[in-house]
Design a protein around this ligand. Structure first.
Ligand SMILES: Nc1nc2c(ncn2[C@@H]2O[C@H](COP(=O)(O)OP(=O)(O)O)[C@@H](O)[C@H]2O)c(=O)[nH]1
Ligand SMILES: [Mg+2]
Length: 261
């Protein structure tokens, strides 16, 4: 009984196969090739669209030494308030949101992906995870406690500016002098000059090391000339903010400049 059913099914399948072949053979070959061509082109089109979409990233990396004010800035960007007292510096904050200052804007605003990567050396591998997709980097500097940290900040900045993912893709960087609400804050020009000087020293000492020890992927600046930020292939700009008072328009401008709405 079962065998009979199987036999019937087989015959039916064979018939179907035959009919299908007859159908395909009836189509003029040009039409068939045309249809196949259309399918291939459609698939290619969607692949290309996906490729381009990934290129225009909306990620902005917020980094700098611990205590410089990254977390406060992150909350200002997201909520328009500093969340004083509830902030812990060891947690990486990450979020995709419409900037708080843009929530009242009419029309469609593209959300921004902001990652606050703590400068603590234990968490620096996090940076390598996010830099390859960064549309921009914000390097936050504490303008008040600048002098005691200038060496550490320069070393960190040097590491970022020599990374292949940053140099090759020419990722723009904003040097953000934060805490300018304090009267004791240093000016951005003073901070820039000192960082340049310190990076220049680092450049000499690091290239003097045996090449085996060097983890930096690209060299910085122009050989034989004192280092200056304008020598970098990627655009480096400098601005002042106060995270705690919410005075951050220059930061918002930088973000919008590199993450198109
Ligand atoms: N006066 C002043 N203090 C700030 C400002 N931004 C942050 N702080 C303070 O600096 C400390 C470190 O801030 P935080 O955001 O945790 O720094 P992070 O380690 O870089 O995330 C906190 O005590 C903040 O209240 C600012 O713009 N002005
Ligand atoms: Mg923090």
């Amino acid at each position: 009984m079962d065998e009979l059913k199987m036999e019937k099914l087989k015959i039916q399948l064979q018939q179907l196969h035959y009919e299908a072949r007859e159908f395909v053979e009836k189509i003029p070959p040009m039409q068939l090739y045309g249809a196949i061509g259309v399918v291939i082109l459609t698939v290619l089109f969607f692949l290309i669209v996906r490729l381009f979409k990934r290129r225009s990233s909306n990620t902005v990396v917020l980094t700098g030494l611990s205590g410089s004010g990254k977390t406060v800035l992150f909350y200002q960007l997201r909520d328009g308030s500093s969340h004083q007292g509830t902030v812990t510096s060891m947690e990486p904050n990450e979020g995709t949101f419409v900037l708080h200052s843009e929530t009242t804007k009419k029309g469609k605003v593209k959300p921004v992906h902001i990652v606050d990567v703590p400068g603590h050396s234990r968490l620096r591998p996090k940076l390598d995870e996010f830099l390859p997709q960064a549309a921009g980097i914000v390097f936050v500097v504490d303008a008040v406690e600048f002098l005691p940290n200038v060496r550490a900040a320069s070393e960190y900045l040097y590491d970022i500016l020599t990374k292949a993912t940053v140099v090759k893709r020419k990722v723009p960087l904003l040097l953000l002098c934060n805490k300018v609400d304090k009267v004791t804050a240093h000016t951005k020009d003073f901070i820039r000059k000192l960082l340049e000087k310190e990076i220049d020293k680092l450049r000499t000492s690091r290239t003097a090391l045996s090449s085996a020890d060097i983890s930096n992927e690209y060299s910085l600046g122009v050989p034989g000339e004192a280092f200056a930020f304008h020598q970098c292939l990627n655009k480096i700009s400098i601005a002042e903010t106060s995270g705690s008072t919410g005075d951050i328009p220059q930061l918002e401008q930088f973000i919008r400049q590199h993450v198109k709405a």
